[in-house]
Write a protein that binds this ligand. Structure first.
Ligand code: NAD
Ligand code: IPM
Ligand code: MN
Length: 357
């Protein structure tokens, strides 16, 4: 039996969250595990209901769960709230409270989508890397932070243990992959980045079988678009990882394809990399595949059900190879489907690949 804290959030978070839970239920049922899904508010909808974007009740549900799934938070309606009441603050607080310092954002190409990206096919063939983003430190959390009429400031700070633990994860992940880590920083300008680089080099002493190189973040942004095949594990800080992972999203053809897992020593949260997409929210247009793929990551990392995870990915692949596309990845000749239709087709394909094995 596994308990999932389900936080759909705002905008398309609700739509893709429902897709994710539908898939999770079917998968669990076929692998004979019981799922208990505990749904709670987070973000703008929680602010509207309780005056706070993250209540103790929601936080407690996450502490009580084996894994958390989050759709997305935010929207135009809440943009002018003070920072501590914004929907986004809830997500940051939750990451911090659960100690989710390691954010894995895989960028791999689904073969049937190779013509959907704005990048050329030759550039994309065989791309498979992960952005490992430090998630509970850096400029997102550094103090002091404030603004008034004359100035605004934040603090980019990393402590030794924060860099050490994320660097260890990077080298450990690389060991299961192609044994290459590129640490991305801005050490030519920022002291905090020079510190980051020094610590990463120290940690690397224990991982001599892994190739470590360093790259400045501006160059890395360019290299991801120029030749993404060169990367295996990109290790980087909170802000740089936020930006680089959206760039990496375009490798898969759409931000609507990119899943993520946020891990700590005790808790785990799974969410699509994209946001609440106010421009398409409530229209049954959103691509649910990033969320469904995040469920695959949940089965793998939190439930140690690798087979289930692989079959979910196989079902996604099959759906794409049959030509089904939501609007964001649609090209002429494809079959245009809604969020709910795409979800049903993935489920049907899951059942097929499940019974074929
Ligand atoms: P966004 O990711 O919500 O949307 C960017 C663009 O991508 C939009 O054109 C949107 O329609 C499209 N898109 C995103 N996901 C899609 C999907 N699944 N299917 C089809 N198209 C998709 O980013 P934004 O517009 O910069 O931010 C909107 C709101 O979401 C803001 O309030 C922001 O703070 C929030 N946000 C939340 C999260 C999160 O909860 N993890 C992440 C990013 C942004
Ligand atoms: C993400 C989002 C969040 C971030 C926001 C919504 C707080 O952009 O998960 O990538 O910046 O981390
Ligand atoms: Mn982001």
């Amino acid at each position: 039996m596994y308990k999932i804290a389900f936080l759909p959030g705002d905008g398309i978070g609700i739509e893709v969250g429902n897709s994710a839970m539908k898939v999770a239920k079917v998968v669990a049922e076929h692998f004979n595990v019981e799922l208990i899904i505990n749904e709670k508010l987070i973000g703008g909808c929680s602010y509207d209901e309780f005056g706070s974007p993250l209540t103790d009740e929601t936080l407690q549900a996450c502490y009580d769960a084996d894994a958390v799934f989050l759709g997305a938070v935010g929207g135009i309606k809440w943009e002018s709230l003070p920072h501590n009441l914004k929907p986004e603050a809830a997500l940051l607080k939750l990451r911090k409270a659960l100690g989710l310092y390691a954010n894995i954002r895989p960028a791999k190409i689904y073969q049937p989508l190779i013509d959907s990206s704005t990048l050329r096919k030759e550039v994309l063939q065989d791309v498979d890397f992960i952005v490992l983003r430090e998630l509970t430190g850096g400029i997102y959390f550094g103090e002091p932070r404030a603004y008034d009429d004359d100035k605004g400031f934040n603090t980019m700070i990393y402590k030794k243990n924060e860099v050490e633990r994320i660097a260890k994860i990077a080298f450990t992940l690389a060991r299961e992959r192609n044994r290459k880590v590129v640490s991305v920083d801005k050490a030519n300008v920022l002291e905090v980045s020079q510190f980051w680089r020094n610590i990463v080099i120290q940690v690397h002493q224990e991982f001599q079988d892994i190739e470590l190189t360093h790259m400045y973040v501006d160059n890395a942004a360019m290299q991801i678009v120029r030749n993404p095949k060169q990367f295996d594990v990109i290790l980087t800080s909170n802000l740089f990882g936020d930006i680089l992972s959206d760039i990496a999203g375009m490798i898969t053809g759409s931000l609507g394809m990119l899943p993520s897992a946020s891990l700590g020593s005790k808790y785990a949260l799974y969410e699509p990399v994209h946001g609440s997409a106010p421009d398409i929210a409530g229209k049954n247009l959103a691509n649910p595949l990033a969320s469904i793929s995040s469920i695959a990551m949940m089965f793998n990392y939190s439930f140690q059900m690798k087979k289930a995870s692989e079959l979910i990915e196989a079902a996604i692949n099959k759906t794409l190879s049959q030509g089904y596309r939501t609007k964001d990845i649609f090209n002429e000749g494809d079959k245009l489907v809604s969020t709910t239709e795409m979800t049903e087709i993935v489920i049907k394909n899951f059942l097929e690949v499940f019974h074929e094995q």
